[in-house]
Structures are given as C-alpha cells and as structure tokens.
Write a protein that binds this ligand. Sequence first.
Ligand code: CMC
Length: 393
Amino acid sequence: TSMVTVDPGFMNTASCESQITYIDGDAGILRYRGYPIDQLAEKSSFLEVAYLLIHGELPTADELSAFEARVNRHTLVPEGFRTFMGTFPVKAHPMAVMASAINALSTFYPESLNPFDDDTVELATVLLLAKARTITSYLHRRRHGEPLLYPDYSRGYVEDFLRMTFSAPYHSYDVDPTVVDALDKLLILHADHEQNCSTSTVRVVGSSHANLYASVAAGINALSGPLHGGANESVLQMLTAISENGGDPKQFMERVKNKEDGVRLMGFGHRVYKNYDPRAAIVKESAHAVLATLGQQDELLDIAMELEEIALNDDYFISRKLYPNVDFYTGLIYKAMGFEPAMFTPLFALGRMPGWIAQWREMMKDPQTKIGRPRQIYTGATERNYVDLANRP
Ligand code: CMC
C-alpha cells in the first residue's frame, strides 16, 4: 500500500524550508529576509536587494560598493557570445533568445560551474547578474537592428541598463531619473516570490546538480508561459484588443465570467494571494506617476482601471478572491518607458534573477536537499502481451 497522494499543481505541498521570502497571502504581506516589500521598493536599490536575497543581510556601504563594482566589471560579453545572440531571427521571441543566451553562458565561462565551491558560486552569481543586464538590453536593440552598446561604468545598474537599451549609437542619452527610479522599483518588486513555478523549476533542475546557468535557463522557460511571467505581455495584448474592439470592458468581462473560449482576465488572480497583491498596489501607483511625469496619456490605463473596478465589485471575482496581481499594471509602465510588449517578460526575468540565484544557492547548501523526484499514481493499462503488426485490427 502506497502512502502517495496526488496533489495537482502542488497546492498542498511544501517542497522545501526557506529563509528567503515570506508571503502571507490572506493578509497581502510580502517580505524579503524579513524586510517589508514596500520599504525595500521605496528605499533600497535593485543590486542591494539582490545582495540581501542572496547573502541574507543588507550589505554595509563597503560591501555594497564592492558588489556593484564586481557586477560592473563583468558587464561585457565575449564577441562570440554577441554573435551567437545575433544569429536568432530578428522577430524571434526575446524570451526564447534569453533562455538560450543564459544557458549558453556555461559554455563561455566553464571556470564558473562548480556548484560546491563558494568562490565559484559567487563568481557565477556576479556573472549572471551582470550578463543578464547586457543580454536584456541587446534583446531590445537587436529587434531594432541596432548594435550592442558598451557599458558606462560611472552609472548605476538600472541607469546604465536604460542607456544601453535606448541610447542611439553615437548620441549621448539623458536618462530620466523618474524612469530610473520606477524601473529600479519594478525590478525590486520582481526579485523573489518564494516557490513559484519558475523558482521551483530552478530548484528541481539544480537538485540534479546541474549548474546555475542551466537551472536559471530552465526557470526562464517556465516564466515565459502566460499563466506565469508571460502574463505581463498578455495583459497588454488583452487591453489593446479591448481598445480595438471599441473599448468596452463590460463586454469583455462578460466573456471572462462565462469562461468563453477559456478567456481569463489576465493579470488577475494568484495561487497564494487571496487579497490585493501588495506588489500590484505599488505598481498601480507607479503607473500613474510615470505616465504623469513623462507627460503621457494612455487610454489602455483607463481600460485597465475600469476592468479592475468592475472586477472588485463583481461576485464572480469576489467569490473566487481574484485581485490584480503584479502583472496587471507593469506593462503600462514598461510601454511608457519605450519597451514593446515582447520585452515585458524578459524584464520580469531580469528582475527575478536574484531570487532564482538565492533559492538555488540556499538549496545547494541545505542538508535536507535531495534530487527532486516526485511519484505518481499510475492509471494506465495493466500488463498485456505485445501484438504483432499483422495481427492488429
Ligand atoms: N480570470 C478569470 N477567472 C479566473 C482567473 C482569471 N484571471 N484566475 C482564476 N480564475 C478562476 C478559475 O477559472 C477558477 O474558477 P472555478 O472555481 O469556477 O473553476 C478559480 O478562479 C480558481 O482558479 P485556478 O486556476 O484554480 O487558480 P490557480 O491558483 O491554479 O491559478 C493563476 C492561479 C495565477 C494561474 C490564475 O489566477 C490565472 O490564470 N490568472 C491569469 C494569469 C496571470 O495573471 N498570471 C500571473 C500570476 S502572478 C505573477 C506571475 O506568476 O507571473
């Protein structure tokens, strides 16, 4: 007699113990290493949060500047790596290119692969944080037929990411501090979210002692789906479709409630949050601020707010405890910054990088870790004899 029970979607299975991120889904609370997400979003910076998630404590001023300098030093990618990324079709989805590029890092940095040596793991950590930024900016540029730009070490991680992404060749580029702040905040909000689909993937792949790049590349592929990170791109497609169909959110919501063609209100609902996603509240405020400072108006924001208003007052959504999640308003901010929808999920991946790394490192050090190998309950045929081709009906 087997003790095995099926738990679809792992609704009731804790796959590990962890000290990194705390979520109380009923109260709408999210903390990294004990620090409330709103304090980190308001006061910290993305690389500082990366350090906190990975090393467990906020860095001292010296530790932070050493960490930043080390990440900066690894910003460049080898010429062959750039060529490799350049060979994908221009219209290729950037998430597929990103997963391939991150996976390929192991072939360019074989000295950074030993998962059991602390210095080597720290090197792989810094390499990933540095290269992910370069890769993401090149994902945008190659779609526009533009060359990869060299880094400017005098600028911060997020500021130089924006410059490398949007600066025209041979032109100086003034990065708007409001945009830098807003993107820094978004990356912090995405930096970790405990055992979500992509992070669980990273841990399961890593549990076989696959290297950090292979594990994170698997996480990027998991993130690409529309029920996970891909939702931020899907939200914008949904808002655009509503706008092009005459801009009537009520009609769209009827289709969602009737589950017509399986259509869902993208950017709504969450496995753990049964209350307003605390990240969504910060993002919504930021969307208004960014659009106002950039002097932009976007009717898609009005449509989004109308959808939210309808949902928060409708029994279908209330009874199922469906609230906006982090992805609902992020696309509108990325769009205002000049990113096209295909780039939204790579931006999520850039933000999630510290979380994947921290979780992989915690798992590798955890004496409880075993190779991830779930069981099943077999429901197929019982034993039967092979039938020769000539004797089959
Ligand atoms: N629109 C309409 N109905 C929904 C939605 C939605 N967005 N989300 C859940 N429901 C319904 C679902 O049909 C089901 O109804 P019923 O009880 O009648 O069958 C009920 O709510 C429970 O849904 P579920 O699919 O069993 O819940 P889950 O915990 O397995 O799924 C989810 C969570 C996030 C995949 C789901 O809410 C969803 O598909 N949301 C839309 C996609 C999205 O925004 N994903 C981003 C998640 S947050 C950040 C990230 O991971 O990237």
